[in-house]
Write a protein that binds this ligand. Structure first.
Ligand SMILES: NC(=O)c1ccc[n+]([C@@H]2O[C@H](COP(=O)([O-])OP(=O)(O)OC[C@H]3O[C@@H](n4cnc5c(N)ncnc54)[C@H](OP(=O)(O)O)[C@@H]3O)[C@@H](O)[C@H]2O)c1
Length: 322
């Protein structure tokens, strides 16, 4: 089968389009023929070595496709089932052998491309808005990179929860998309100081929560914007990691909370995975959550997808097709 592997860390050029043996499902596993693999910023961290992975490494954490075969002990899915999953690495490939208890059935009538496009970032938006800081009517939240894959989904879910949503983006075109996703106000943070602008928009009232997936360039100012006992949810680092931090600052700025959550810990059991997935795929099925597929590439063009994502040229989801 074809797959995209790295043998060393580095820029997009280290991605190699290679022939590998098609895996066989071991105990508890299903063999999935991948039809669409999501591209996520975490794939960039794996490629650059910001997050350590064993080399050589097949990239990719999200896919949808069809079950080809299962091990004798697998009962939760069977051959022919259309499934989606996130977590087990190696989705930039034609096939993957995946722990069957990580697979979720794609609802009848839903395109597998849509399921692949929404799963990782949608489950993330779900846990951020419903569990990490459960948004409620009357709250105001700040969503950085609001027109990104995660951002567009988080804006919609935050709005559904009744919160006021302020988004940040790097261009006017992205600003339009964030508004369409429900952001009440959008700040072009490459042109305006988002701290000053957020204060103006809120009349100086503090925010209950900042969802910060950008990290290095936004973290400090975000802390300044929180209300007393507000929560900084550092959920990514698209601009680079946040440097070491003096916890005393949390006291000085208003008994603040900081958390650094990751999806795996919010879908650790099959019950929790299915509960979130049922909500998410249900919202997509009835049209209350819109999924924007921005760009689709053949698997062999994965390096271009990485250049586009890192170059801040994308809005919404990028998919690879084996
Ligand atoms: N913790 C979790 O469980 C979890 C799960 C999913 C994703 N994430 C994180 O959430 C973030 C977004 O992921 P995504 O896959 O949805 O990507 P994305 O938001 O579609 O793309 C990244 C966006 O970050 C913004 N950005 C700001 N500064 C940047 C810089 N220096 N270089 C590149 N981009 C920059 C850009 O938006 P503008 O041009 O508008 O600034 C860019 O479009 C990532 O940090 C990812 O690791 C975390």
């Amino acid at each position: 089968m074809k797959a995209i592997r790295i043998h060393e860390h580095g820029g997009p050029d280290v991605l190699r389009y290679e022939d590998l043996p098609t895996p066989k499902p071991g105990p508890g596993q299903a063999l999935v023929r991948i039809e669409a693999s999501g591209v996520n910023f975490i794939d960039v961290y794996h490629r650059t070595g910001l997050y350590k992975v064993p080399l050589p490494y097949t990239l990719g954490m999200e896919a949808a496709g069809t079950v080809e075969s299962v091990a004798d002990d697998v009962t939760v899915v069977g051959p022919g089932d259309r499934v989606v999953y996130t977590g087990p690495p190696g989705t930039y490939a034609e096939y993957a052998a995946v722990p069957a208890d990580r697979l979720v059935r794609v609802p009848d009538g839903m395109d597998v491309r849509i399921a692949a496009a929404v799963f990782l970032q949608g489950l993330t938006a779900h846990y951020l808005a419903l569990s990490t800081y459960p948004l409620k009517r009357g709250d105001t939240c700040l969503v950085h990179a609001a027109a990104g894959g995660l951002g567009l989904l988080l804006c919609q879910i935050a709005k559904q929860r009744g919160a006021r949503v302020i988004g940040t983006v790097s261009s006017e075109a992205k600003s339009r998309l964030a508004r369409e996703a429900g952001a009440d106000d959008v700040i072009v943070y490459t042109e305006q100081d988002f701290e000053v602008e957020t204060r103006r928009l809120t009349g100086g009232a503090g925010l209950q929560v900042v969802y910060d997936s950008v990290g290095k360039t936004t973290f400090d100012k975000g802390l300044n914007l929180l209300a007393r006992r507000g929560m900084m949810v550092l959920c990514g680092q698209s601009s680079g990691p946040v440097p070491p931090f003096d916890l005393q600052v949390l006291n000085q700025k208003g008994s603040l909370f900081v958390t650094r959550p990751t999806l795996g810990h919010y879908v650790a059991t099959r019950d929790e995975l299915l509960a979130r997935a049922n909500d998410l795929l249900g919202w997509v099925a009835v049209g209350s959550l819109r999924v924007r597929i921005d760009r689709e590439y053949p698997l062999s063009a994965a390096a271009q997808a990485h250049r586009d994502l890192e170059g801040r040229r994308t809005t919404g989801k990028l998919l690879l097709h084996p």
